[in-house]
Design a protein around this ligand. Structure first.
Ligand code: MOS
Length: 733
């Protein structure tokens, strides 16, 4: 357990972002920005039809075009050994419009694009499945995952005083990190090197090694910075493998950067959901039944389920429960993880249904949630490692001024604006994976931390510098962190809000071991003032090593670490450690919690919604860094605004393409869309979960946010919109 004095905690929470200077000065290099000699440019050619076969690709004219090095198609692509669920030209089948069907490599990007336009492609088209609503009869259970049941749902429902039975729908969304996916790949004999924008360098290394049948050690992946991921960069998509394939064909390094429209289809989406929710309650608000049945689209490539109903199994207590997931196969690109996959969409349905139930019960929405508070994990009755959701409702409610809310709809008017207040619960699981790290104390007194994880902009560099600084009691400015390189000790992917909770303890353990080695060096050094002292009695602080029990750190009891290392060969002291998962981890459930309150103003004439305030309090264990941590939560809440009001990938049900595959028409919130945001964290450590007491923080911010806004819109207008996003046209009816 790390027992940090409050003063020291405050100090490091004020710490700056480790990578801020590199980023604002442009020194931070992203995958596509690395200078690689003789690099050629790849352009992916995408299928124009949603279903069928590529019959032929006539590349005669394209091959003769200016600057063209090579053209890889399904008809000349090398056979790869083992594939994930990606389309890498191994056959001519087309499963969605936008699927990669060729790669053109040329001296420059414009030349590659111009040559691509000269390809003469013929297809044999087949009937495509594109209309989700019209194909609901095709819904089937997914190949994995799905349903759960507790108690006797029918009997519980029969006892109900009040019932809600409604359907909620959320649209397809696409990830739009600032930095699109990008890969530079080159071969030296059978060794493959790539710069790749990813949330998991190890995953990229594994996938490439498998695809090209080479040892993992022959693949080197680097990704020092990722310009946002949100889940889409947690999977190895076709372009990464195609870049390596094209580099082989062109016999030179190939750079492949996805163009913005290519972000809509080939690199995953958040599937739509159609959530049927039935809540049955007794007159006192106690839930008798929670039934949550969700249907989403899946691709023809592979099943991917937006598991919207999963959180319903653990969020509230109820006598009975029934959840299920079904999928409707469509000719669209694959679904994948998108920030809080499952919880983001599922909390939209469940948290609005609870608002509807509260109204029918004539109960305060917060009170309804407290009545059904899950003291234990309802699934197997395990205790929570730490849960302080009650305090979240209380703190956020107080900061928001919830007690002044008028329950009746349409009562609060300011000028031409209808004002409304709503709330919802936020929740997300807490996981961690084993992770290794190396820590080196250098002869110049600086500390080096190396770990094979990556920072997608969340603050991983910053918190790891902090962890090492804390372990040695030195200024974080004395720590150098290297990430994003597969030659560093292995770590898991940056996803599922697991990174900080996984890599933080690894660095802390490695630092502790390095410090012990340093102490042993001092104890065994006849010239050291600490000679003969037990290593456990030795401490480090501000670049000096000293006797822990000594009151002072005078020359007789301490010395500079640089002096100790200089006398002992001038070489670094180094330790590698792998963080252990806690032994009793199966005896409890770790989960993060929060409460979100929203205030909206709806224009009575235009029905435009403005989110004036979001106030949220989270129980995420220890807040490792105020700046980067709070930023994650604010970012999630902002995305909640987008989810509530703006975001939707519109599918053309004839041609199967996303109609609005650009930033002008796929609306994400901009600063002008965002009102006041007030985020606080309880900062209560969860030491049963890990030695830092910190659970994940990257995803919980989006959960509940869209529902809180929807509930506020209802409170303002009396119009219950169950179909997202809530655009003005839906409020006019
Ligand atoms: Mo996240 S959706 O696990 O990157």
């Amino acid at each position: 357990m790390i027992d940090t004095p409050l003063e020291q905690q405050k100090e490091r929470q004020l710490g700056h972002r480790y990578d801020a200077f590199a980023k604002v000065t442009g020194r931070a290099k992203y995958a596509a920005e690395f200078p690689v000699k003789n690099v050629a440019y790849g352009h992916i050619v995408q299928a124009d039809i949603p279903a069928g076969t590529v019959v032929s690709i006539d590349d005669a004219a394209a091959s003769r075009a200016s600057g063209v090095h090579s053209i890889v198609t399904p008809f000349n692509a090398p056979k790869l050994a083992e594939l994930g669920n990606v389309n890498v030209l191994q056959n001519a089948t087309v499963l969605y419009s936008g699927q990669p069907i060729a790669v053109v490599v040329a001296r420059s990007l414009p030349e590659a694009q111009a040559a691509a336009a000269l390809l003469r492609i013929t297809y044999k088209e087949e009937a495509a499945k594109l209309d989700f609503k019209g194909l609901l009869n095709d819904a089937r259970p997914p190949k994995r995952g799905g349903a759960s049941r507790r108690g006797d749902p029918e009997a519980s429902a029969a006892k109900a005083a009040v019932t809600i039975d409604e359907t909620y729908t959320t649209p397809i969304q696409n990830h739009n990190p600032m930095e699109p996916h990008a890969t530079i790949a080159w071969w030296e004999g059978d060794r493959l090197s790539v710069y790749d924008s990813t949330q998991g360098i190890s995953g990229v290394q594994q996938a490439l090694a498998r695809a090209f049948s080479i040892p993992q050690a022959s693949v080197h992946v680097e990704c020092p910075y990722t310009g946002g991921g949100f889940g889409c960069k947690g999977y190895v998509w076709s372009h990464t493998i195609l870049a390596a394939m094209a580099a082989k064909a062109a016999e030179r390094p190939v750079k492949l950067v996805l163009e913005r429209p290519q972000m809509f289809g080939p690199v995953g989406s958040r599937p739509n959901t159609r959530q049927h929710i039935k809540l049955a309650a007794a007159a006192d608000g106690k839930l008798l039944l929670q039934q949550h049945d969700s249907v989403c689209y899946t691709s023809m490539i592979s099943d991917w389920v937006e598991s919207a109903a999963n959180q319903t199994t653990l969020l509230y207590d109820s006598e009975s429960l029934s959840t299920s997931h079904l999928v409707v196969p469509l000719n669209l690109g694959m679904g994948t993880w998108m920030r809080a996959p499952g919880e983001a969409t599922g909390s939209v349905g469940l948290e609005i249904a609870l608002d509807e139930l509260a109204e029918k019960l004539n109960m305060d929405p917060v009170e309804l949630r407290l009545v059904n508070y899950a003291e234990k994990d309802p699934r197997q009755g395990k205790p929570w490692s730490s849960k302080h959701l009650r305090e979240c409702y209380a703190q956020a409610g107080e900061r928001f001024g919830w007690s002044k809310r008028v329950a009746r709809t349409g009562q609060h008017r300011e000028g031409n604006s209808l004002i409304g207040h709503g709330m919802a619960t936020a929740n997300y699981g807490a996981g961690r994976s084993p992770s290794s790290a190396v820590v080196r104390i250098l002869p110049n007194g600086r500390v080096f931390v190396g770990i094979g994880t990556q920072d997608l902009g969340t603050g991983t560099y910053t918190i790891l510098a902090q962890a090492a600084a804390l372990a040695f009691s030195i200024d974080p400015a004395m720590v150098d962190v290297k990430l994003g390189d597969t030659s560093l000790p292995h770590s898991g992917g940056s996803g599922g809000s697991t990174t900080a909770a996984s890599v933080g303890p690894a660095v802390y353990d490695a630092a502790a071991q390095a410090r012990l080695k340093l102490a042993q060096l001092a104890a065994g050094d006849a010239q050291s003032p600490l000679h003969g002292v037990a290593a456990e009695e030795i401490e480090t602080k501000d670049g000096r090593i000293f006797l822990k029990t000594a009151s002072g750190t005078g020359p007789d009891k301490s010395e500079a670490i640089t002096a100790l290392l200089a006398r002992n060969g001038g070489t670094p002291v180094e330790a590698t450690a792998t963080s252990e998962l806690v032994k009793d981890r199966d005896s409890f459930t770790s989960h993060s919690w929060g409460a979100v309150f929203a205030e909206v103003a709806v224009d009575a004439d235009t029905h435009m919604v403005r989110v004036r305030r979001l106030v949220a309090t989270y129980d995420i264990g220890t807040l490792l860094n105020d700046k980067t941590g709070t930023n994650q939560l604010v970012g999630g809440l902002v995305w909640g605004i987008g989810m509530a009001l703006h975001e939707e990938s519109v599918i053309d049900t004839k041609y199967g393409r996303t109609v609005n595959e650009n930033f002008a028409e796929y609306h994400v919130p901009v600063n002008a869309d965002v009102g006041e945001i007030d985020v606080t964290c309880l900062n209560i450590p969860d030491f049963r979960f890990n030695p830092l007491g910190a659970r994940g923080i990257g995803e919980i911010g989006i959960t509940g946010a869209a529902a809180a806004i929807a509930n506020a819109i209802y409170n303002a207008t009396g119009k219950r919109v169950r179909d997202f996003p809530i655009t003005p046209d839906k409020l006019m009816a």
